[in-house]
Design a protein around this ligand. Structure first.
Ligand SMILES: Cc1cc2nc3c(=O)[nH]c(=O)nc-3n(C[C@H](O)[C@H](O)[C@H](O)COP(=O)(O)OP(=O)(O)OC[C@H]3O[C@@H](n4cnc5c(N)ncnc54)[C@H](O)[C@@H]3O)c2cc1C
Length: 417
């Protein structure tokens, strides 16, 4: 029997603790927030999209092809079906909804956390909260962690705890209010691990243009193309949300990590918004001509013409950008200006200047390179240490893929201790 210390009581840490304890080890979770699993409660808008039944290929990112293959191999060993079976074994039933997304039948993230905590309790896993792991010193066998206990009354106390095996499950930098404040990266680096620069992912994009204030709050079903250095890098479709600083919504989140990494390497980023994705590319000319003629002969204003196709705020903004006054009718505006406005609806370009910070991000891209852990997530650099979850250089798109990675790596590492 080993003394296993798990640093971080998030999705990966709780799973690792359960699998290690099932093998008969004495397991302690050290968590620096006042309770474990805070981020789990925030997932899926409080419903917890805990995995996805669709093919996982193409849903994850890492820095190279080899690492990506390692991610896929991991998900073959512990995939969505295994996750559902694991939770069903804990008494939590799940349901597959749209696009393969799986939720607890109760649609309550708290139910997911409850079964994990109950199982930890049943297995005798010790959970210590309000304590931050500050240092890890590895020894010939096992090692020691330096812990800072912070009592509710503000008292602080330092302690050193010995371990035979350590599972570092401290997460990344995203949503630091939930506890993942980047200290996992510092601890991994102190053991000799490299870091692929962590950047926010699944996050809103900040764009150039004072006009955003006038369209803030608009939601539209749109097609979006991300251009990096002028070349199309990703295509998404879904509900776009316009904000006073830029763009948000699931389709934006899906390619935000590509934009974040491109901007970090000083490449130019643009997003082309197609506000009329229901018009096929081949039909666009005739669509514009038909609507222009109808509006011209019917005496509509340009703004009225556009308001039949997009949100009024967007129509007004486009008219202003094309210098067409509010009451100007289509024939008065002239063919070129009115058509120009309509054509802009198919490819409205905005320049991306940044992402929102880690505080707003759902995950981090980057982290400890996957090549620095073995197939069981044991560090190749530091004996008796495992690294799991978001701390590693793996990030998935929206849809349950990130939690799936956390469960899978936690389960494999915990079972192999
Ligand atoms: C708003 C939001 C919604 C999301 N929705 C979904 C979703 O529906 N589906 C999905 O698949 N993914 C979702 N995600 C992403 C998913 O939650 C994460 O990828 C996943 O929780 C990562 O698990 P983890 O165990 O690696 O890290 P975390 O869950 O971040 O856990 C790390 C834990 O370690 C603790 N810790 C950190 N440093 C220390 C230290 N030094 N000492 C002690 N403890 C420490 C932290 O307090 C934390 O409890 C969402 C994320 C957010 C922010």
């Amino acid at each position: 029997m080993c003394n296993v210390i798990v640093v971080g009581g998030g999705a990966s840490g709780l799973t690792a603790a359960i699998f290690a304890a099932r093998n008969g080890h004495r397991v302690t979770i050290l968590e620096h927030k006042d309770r474990v699993g805070k981020k789990i409660l925030m997932t899926g808008n409080g419903k917890c999209n805990l995995t996805n039944m669709s093919d996982f290929h193409g849903k994850y990112y890492s820095s190279d092809e080899k690492s990506l293959q390692r991610i896929y191999d991991t998900l073959v060993r512990f995939g969505a079906k295994d996750t559902r079976a694991f939770f069903e074994g804990l008494g939590l039933y799940t349901r597959e909804k749209r696009d393969g997304c799986v939720y607890p039948v109760s649609e309550q993230a708290s139910a997911v956390l409850d079964v994990l905590r109950n199982e930890c309790g049943r297995l005798g896993v010790r959970t210590v909260t309000d304590c931050a792991v500050e240092t890890i010193s590895s020894q010939k066998r096992g090692g020691r962690v330096g812990v800072l206990h912070c009592a509710k009354n503000g008292d602080k106390r330092k302690e050193t705890i010995a371990y035979d095996k350590l599972i570092l499950a401290a997460g990344g930098n995203a949503a630091p209010a939930s506890g993942s404040d980047g200290s996992g990266y510092r601890l991994a680096a102190s053991l000799g691990h490299r870091l692929v620069k962590p950047l926010p992912a699944l996050v809103q994009l900040r764009c150039e243009g004072s006009f955003f204030k006038s369209v803030s709050g608009v939601r539209a079903q749109a097609g979006l193309t991300l251009y990096i250095d002028g070349r199309a890098a990703a295509l998404e479709q879904g509900e776009l949300q316009l904000t006073d600083y830029g763009i948000s919504g699931i389709p934006v989140f899906q390619f935000s990590r590509l934009a974040a990494r491109a901007l970090d390497s000083r490449r130019a980023c643009e997003v082309g918004i197609d506000f009329l994705p229901f018009v096929q590319e081949a039909d666009r000319d005739s669509f514009v001509r038909r609507n222009f003629d109808n509006a011209a002969f019917g005496g509509k204003t340009v703004e009225e013409l556009l308001s039949g196709m997009v949100h009024k705020k967007v129509a007004a903004m486009l008219c202003r950008r094309h210098k067409i006054g509010a009451g100007v009718r289509v024939p008065e505006a002239g063919k070129k200006a009115a058509r120009g406005c309509m054509e802009a609806l198919f490819d409205f370009r905005v320049r991306v200047v940044g992402t929102n910070p880690f505080e707003n991000a759902q995950v981090c891209s980057g982290g400890v390179p996957i090549g620095e852990v073995d197939d069981c997530f044991a560090s190749r650099l530091c004996k008796d240490v495992y690294l799991v979850g978001e701390l590693l250089d793996c990030d998935g798109i929206c849809g349950g893929y990130n939690l799936q990675w956390a469960w899978a790596t936690g389960a494999i590492a915990g079972a192999s201790v």
